[in-house]
Design a protein around this ligand. Structure first.
Ligand SMILES: *[C@@H]1O[C@H](CO)[C@@H](O)[C@H](O)[C@H]1NC(C)=O
Ligand SMILES: *[C@@H]1O[C@H](CO)[C@@H](O)[C@H](O)[C@H]1NC(C)=O
Ligand SMILES: *[C@@H]1O[C@H](CO)[C@@H](O)[C@H](O)[C@H]1NC(C)=O
Ligand SMILES: *[C@@H]1O[C@H](CO)[C@@H](O)[C@H](O)[C@H]1NC(C)=O
Ligand SMILES: *[C@@H]1O[C@H](CO)[C@@H](O)[C@H](O)[C@H]1NC(C)=O
Ligand SMILES: CC(=O)N[C@@H]1CO[C@H](CO)[C@@H](O)[C@@H]1O
Length: 375
């Protein structure tokens, strides 16, 4: 439906990109070649622990052999380097957690003169809370929409009017359920569905990892898909700095996602970074430094966003051992690697871009075209 408005913008982008990207094969950045690095695939992680075994970042080091370190000014003080394969075809960085870290680190990367990212495919890949009505712990989600959940008015639910269903509602309005009248621009991002589907197809049939503890915790939910084996699913993320939990907040944010995406988005995964990373990428695209049509958003489920029947929300959030932190990390690699490897192996299919057939961009139409959500 949006082909006519969208495709010209996309072709323009592809044309401006085709002037692009020097090949990176032969460069040796440790020996004085200072032309920009132009990776084919770039993984964006959010967190990493120096003290514990396996977090979002270092899960990639071994399987992808990320042996080259590049210090990039403006990255997080605790994750100051980008890590690349020896031929610089695949790189990875860690933004740090939460929206501020994600926005600033992604901006520093995309505007760094050390990189030419105009043809690079990005995979934002992290762990997330999961909506049990849409999927389950250990599952891997691929998103089309990223919604800024806490960009709302909020009053403590104990002080809300008795006829309110939730203490959170859209900015500039007077009650839950009304479309926001005050728009900041980062409320919703929509990504290339054709690219997402390609990444999901490549991941199809992989064997996701599981643990006995996770399997037992799933059984506490007396409904599907929460109590089913984890799978790969297409559904959408919501970002919020507030690390929330609970049936009512989950329902409130699910409603908000529907409201902002004109019913098209299905909230399933909670993240603390995606709208910020995507805002930085949108601006980098506008500055012709990268291509917003080349972004995949993957979130694996490390915990449920609300408790099973008979347990409290507090228990679910801070006490329960859901047994899925480790498997969610492993499953990022299991479900994300096929895409990363395919980009490098079959670069001829990717180099010119995977044209989107849906609208991509923000709520303002900043990249051209007309949003297929909102008012
Ligand atoms: C992020 O990493 C820090 C240590 O670097 C760790 O303490 C924290 O628990 C991690 N957070 C998540 C959500 O994994
Ligand atoms: C590259 O960075 C990683 C993570 O900080 C570190 O473990 C590794 O030793 C570094 N490698 C080199 C060659 O400096
Ligand atoms: C709640 O009640 C007030 C006062 O009766 C009314 O003005 C308002 O529209 C109601 N709000 C909702 C969300 O039903
Ligand atoms: C699944 O996890 C177990 C325990 O960590 C590990 O031994 C096994 O190799 C993993 N399987 C896959 C397919 O990664
Ligand atoms: C979500 O929306 C439904 C349908 O409008 C409504 O019945 C429900 O109370 C809302 N839930 C919350 C928590 O706001
Ligand atoms: C920087 C940024 O965009 N981060 C997030 C996303 O949504 C709103 C946007 O203005 C910010 O409050 C938040 O920090």
């Amino acid at each position: 439906m949006r082909f006519s408005t969208l495709i010209p913008g996309v072709l323009l982008t592809a044309a401006s990109l085709s002037a692009a990207a020097p090949s990176s094969h032969t460069k040796d950045h440790s020996h004085g070649d200072h032309s920009p690095i132009s990776p084919k695939a770039f993984i964006i992680s959010m967190n990493w622990s120096l003290f514990q075994f396996s977090y979002e970042q270092d899960i990639w080091f071994e399987p992808l052999k990320l042996t080259k370190n590049i210090t990039v000014p403006g990255l997080s003080p605790i994750y100051p380097q980008v890590h690349c394969t020896a031929d610089y075809s695949i790189c990875q960085m860690t933004t740090g957690e939460g929206e501020i870290n994600a926005a600033v680190s992604a901006t520093a990367l995309t505007f760094s003169p050390l990189f030419d990212l105009r043809k690079t495919y990005f995979m934002i890949a992290g762990i997330a809370g999961i909506n049990p009505y849409v999927s389950t712990i250990g599952a891997v989600t691929f998103g089309r929409f990223a919604v800024q959940l806490e960009l709302e008015y909020e009053i403590d639910a104990r002080e809300m009017p008795s006829n309110f269903s939730t203490g959170l509602w859209a900015l500039g309005t007077t009650a839950p359920g009304l479309y926001p009248t005050s728009i900041y621009g980062t409320e919703v991002f929509e990504l290339n569905v054709n690219l997402r589907d390609k990444a999901m197809k490549l991941a199809h049939g992989v064997k996701l990892n599981d643990s006995d503890t996770a399997a037992a915790y799933r059984k506490k939910y007396n409904y599907a898909p929460a109590n089913k084996y984890p799978t790969i699913v297409a559904c959408d993320t919501g970002s919020s700095n507030a690390y929330w939990s609970g049936e009512l907040l989950g329902e409130s944010f699910g409603n908000f996602t529907k409201l902002l995406t004109s019913g098209k988005g299905t909230y399933c995964a909670t993240a603390q970074e995606d709208n910020a990373t995507l805002e930085a990428m949108l601006r980098a695209h506008m500055a012709k430094r990268m291509d917003f049509a080349r972004v995949v958003l993957l979130r694996s489920a490390s915990d449920f966003d609300r408790p099973p029947p008979g347990e409290t929300t507090l228990f679910n959030l801070v006490y329960a051992d859901q047994g899925s932190f480790g498997i969610s990390l492993e499953n990022i690699v299991i479900a994300g690697s096929p895409f990363i490897k395919d980009v490098v192996k079959n670069w001829h299919e990717y180099e010119g871009g995977i044209a989107p057939s849906n609208y991509i961009g923000d709520i303002w139409g900043s990249l051209g075209g007309k949003p297929d959500f909102g008012q």
